[in-house]
Write a protein that binds this ligand. Structure first.
Ligand code: ADP
Ligand code: MG
Length: 682
């Protein structure tokens, strides 16, 4: 009899009810294939178990114990904290705590026997924080030496997953091979089916290694192929060449109120070379917060306008779009180059003539927010698109512009979130990178401190002194409740607290900024802050990017553990822009070691590049690259593995040289389609 198809839903499997279907859906598993490809997070050799009495702090190990007591409580920011007391035959007890995993308290009971695997710390006795755990099963399910441990979530235990996956393994042969046969043979890889089997239930440590090697390779290979294909496709497109003109470049630089840094000079040169070609530029300008990316973009736009073509700059928020428009207008105005601003609040009366002059080619430079411009602006001859501060590293963000000319605009993406070198290579076989690795002269590092609840009053006193000395302060609020999607409530409460309880004497000079405000209100608040009338600006993360207020010297971040490292670094970059000493306070009541470690990284590192590397190590790359939004995730491959990357890249090039359209590799083509969206050019 024919077995099920791997495309069938998980409910085809005995014992998978609707309830489980929903739980599996949460981990992205819908079909039988998805389940087969849901790989263990790690493996446990349950034969080696340490009695609690012999535990050593700082050593990773597994403990088998009975739950003497278990309970849950909440910390201030509504984080769940589960605590359990374990005991074993060695006569000692171990305290175990889990953060943010409220379901654990529900799934375990007093008297249960469980395994916990992790590292114990000394903290008034031995404590194990956030260990992996599993109930001890009465009948050991298999004899394998290495037992797979899966990522658990509410209602889905590793044990349950193990039994279901085991029953599925006999269909593993249905998993289609997609690596070219020649490559498989030459590199001596396991077949896909065998690799999947070994990844779940390894026969030996060596077999597991080979399985991982194969699976990591296939992931990286498909990504590299997609990048190479995108690169080749881009080479086939035509762009408007913008001839390099030395007097134009010199004229712009001469009119600046400062000297360009060397890094800015080099980046501008690379960009101006690129846009002189008839193929579209695809370049990322990476530079830490405050490194001066805007002026490089303005210099490029100046060049494009002088050659008689149009450019557009897209900002992620309206506040930032306005600021860019002001700055760029002041840089290009002296050359009689008009800059248009198009944002949600632009009145119809202004919009209509602007759209007309864009279509006629009379307006050379447009600045606005993504949504708006993507919606329906037509250009006459757009030669350059600049995208600012998009946290997604330049992928899949090429703008769908409509224009009368057939040509593809040159594309420049700017970001302060740096891509570690290896990651850049990986994701962007198709992207050229310019780096502003140098700050304009005279910048001071921002002194960064973590502020636990008991130090809050001191921090407020410090802020009061700064304000009295004429300085200004940002206060950033996190999203606390799910229902408060824009953080409006959180920021409003913070404003009230500061005005009423903390700084009553400054109440009229404390203002609020969030996404729900009308444009005019936002503008008024920002203008007040710019003038210095507003001393303390309470804001949601909308100020995250780009805002330039040199007199602001304190950045205070509430619930700092709720933000990513790149984001925290961005916030911090809002201060330290003038000549005064500046401060960043990270308020947190987090207790878990992972969060504290991340915040400590921000305290000790001033470089966004270093922080990006650390973020990648601590959190994995998915959040960093924003790839997850595309439903693409890596299971085996490490994006920091330079050897794997370069191997996969050279194999991709080799295959495409031989079979450019992959005519002989239909299975591989199907795999690639998942990436099409990510690398799509237009
Ligand atoms: P970011 O790279 O974060 O976008 P900006 O472009 O906003 O940084 O620049 C930050 C500040 O530095 C601005 O006030 C800008 O005028 C200033 N600036 C840029 N380049 C230089 C330079 N070469 N010398 C001095 N100041 C500069
Ligand atoms: Mg900027």
């Amino acid at each position: 009899m024919r077995g099920p198809s791997l495309d069938d839903p998980v409910t085809t499997l005995a014992g998978v009810s609707d309830v489980y279907e929903e739980r599996l859906e949460r981990i992205g598993v819908r079909t039988l294939r998805d389940l087969l490809l849901f790989f263990p997070r790690r493996y446990e050799d349950f034969s080696s178990i340490t009695p609690i009495a012999f535990l050593r702090p700082g050593v990773k190990t597994t403990v088998r114990g009975r739950i003497y007591d278990i309970g849950a409580r909440q910390t201030k920011y509504k984080r769940g904290l589960t605590e359990a007391l374990l005991g074993d035959d060695s006569g000692t007890t171990l305290r175990v705590v889990w953060f943010n995993q409220p379901w654990i308290a529900k799934s375990l009971q007093k008297g249960d026997e469980i395994f916990v695997a992790g590292e114990a710390d000394l903290n008034g006795g031995l404590v194990m924080k956030n260990p992996d755990h599993e109930k001890v099963s009465l009948r050991p399910q298999h004899a394998a030496r290495l037992v797979p441990i899966y990522r658990e979530t509410e209602g889905l235990t590793s044990k349950w997953l193990r039994s279901k996956i085991q029953s599925l393994l006999r269909y593993a042969d249905e998993i289609e091979e997609f690596l070219p046969g020649e490559l498989l043979q030459r590199r001596g890889f396991l077949s896909r089916a065998e690799a999947v089997r070994q990844a779940h239930f390894p026969g030996s440590a060596q077999a597991l290694e080979r399985a991982r090697e194969r699976l990591a390779f296939e992931e990286m290979f498909v990504l590299q192929l997609a990048a190479q294909l995108a690169k080749r496709a881009r080479k086939a497109l035509t762009a408007q060449p913008v001839p390099f003109d030395e007097p134009t470049a010199r004229g712009f630089v001469k009119a600046l109120p400062f000297q360009l840094t060397n890094a800015q000079r080099v980046a501008a040169w690379q960009i101006l070379q690129d846009i002189a070609r008839p193929q579209p530029m695809n370049r990322l300008l990476e530079g830490d917060v405050g490194s001066g990316k805007t002026v490089v973009a303005a210099m490029t736009m100046h060049h494009v306008a002088r050659a008689g073509f149009q450019s557009v700059l897209l900002a992620p928020t309206e506040v930032l779009a306005r600021q860019h428009a002001d700055v760029i207008q002041s840089l290009l105005g002296p050359f009689q180059i008009d800059v248009g601003l198009l944002v949600g609040s632009t009145p119809a009366t202004a919009r209509k003539p602007m759209l007309a002059s864009l279509a006629d080619g009379d307006l050379p430079v447009l600045i606005g927010t993504h949504a708006l411009i993507e919606e329906g602006v037509q250009f006459k001859d757009l030669a350059l698109t600049v995208v600012d501060e998009q946290h997604r590293f330049g992928v899949g963000q090429r703008l769908a512009v409509r224009q009368k000319s057939e040509r593809t605009p040159h594309f420049l993406s700017m970001t302060a979130t740096p891509i570690p070198r290896t990651l850049g290579l990986t994701l962007f076989g198709d992207l050229d990178i310019s780096i502003l690795g140098e700050m304009p002269p005279g910048r001071q590092p921002v002194k960064t401190r973590m502020v636990p609840p008991e130090k809050r009053a001191d921090a407020y006193n410090f802020i009061r002194k700064q304000v009295n000395a004429g300085r200004q302060v940002f206060v950033i609020c996190p999203l606390i409740q799910e229902s408060d999607k824009l953080g409006v409530r959180s920021a409003t409460q913070e404003l009230e607290k500061l005005q009423r309880d903390v700084f009553p004497e400054l109440a009229p000079r404390i203002a609020l900024l969030h996404g729900r405000l009308k444009s005019a209100e936002k503008e008024a608040v920002m203008a007040g802050f710019q003038r210095g009338d507003v001393a303390i600006l309470v804001s949601t993360s909308v100020v995250e990017v780009g805002i330039d207020i040199p007199n602001a010297t304190v950045m205070m971040i509430e619930g700092a553990d709720r933000f990513g490292l790149a984001q925290l670094h961005q916030f911090r970059g809002r201060v330290g822009r003038g000549t005064e000493e500046s401060w960043c306070f990270l308020f947190t009541d987090a207790e878990d070691p992972q969060s504290l470690k991340r915040l400590q990284a921000v305290v000790t590192n001033q470089s966004g590049f270093d922080l990006a590397e650390i973020d990648l190590e601590l959190r994995g790359w998915g959040d960093l690259a924003g790839y997850r939004q595309h439903g693409k995730d890596f299971k085996m491959a490490s994006l920091l593995d330079a050897v794997l990357i370069s191997d996969a890249q050279s194999e991709a090039v080799r295959l495409l040289d031989r079979d450019p359209a992959l005519d002989g590799e239909p299975a591989l083509r199907r795999q690639l389609s998942a990436y099409r969206q990510v690398f799509a050019l237009d």
